[in-house]
Design a protein around this ligand. Sequence first.
Ligand SMILES: Cc1cc2nc3c(=O)[nH]c(=O)nc-3n(C[C@H](O)[C@H](O)[C@H](O)COP(=O)(O)O)c2cc1C
Length: 178
Amino acid sequence: MRVTTLARTVWDQLTAATHQRTPFTLAWVATGSAPRAMILRAVDAPELFLATDRRSAKCAELAADPRIGVTVLDDDAGVQVRLRGVGDLVDDPVLRRRAWDSFGPGTRALFSAPLAPGTPIDEATDLTPDTDDATLFDRFAWLRIRVDEIDHLDLGVPGHRRHLMRRDDGWAARRVVP
Ligand SMILES: Cc1cc2nc3c(=O)[nH]c(=O)nc-3n(C[C@H](O)[C@H](O)[C@H](O)COP(=O)(O)O)c2cc1C
């Protein structure tokens, strides 16, 4: 894949955000409903990977409409990157297992709730966390996003700069009005 310098920078920054905490580590991910914060877990251009609970609303929304948007922001640098593409849940058990094995106990524990995210509860609800690793693994969804377009806005340079890059165009950067 031919990649322009700007696109290379974006993919390098996204990849770095999965290895250490950077401004791009916390992404805003939009499916059918309001965007929600999610941790960017892995990058393999042109794909992004995030971990979520397969019982969560976003998974049902994705099944109904695979279009997905991801926004990351470096507030100090004045750089916003919006990525648009399509998402699906990885089926391949080997890929799911490999991702799961890379998670620490804190991340795995995110899947310990016995009820689906968003389920109404009251004082009588039994919220005893499940600890069985196989149960937690079943709930884990490895969300894959194939990025089709990148919209890069840089307010950190005089005059501001905005570029659009498309995967099917070799990520050639086209400058547009900010
Ligand atoms: C700092 C932060 C990081 C989060 N990271 C994730 C994440 O990596 N995966 C995830 O599914 N939810 C994450 N969440 C929770 C989501 O924002 C959201 O509340 C949850 O996934 C339910 O969303 P849904 O009902 O739209 O599916 C995070 C929330 C915060 C505040």
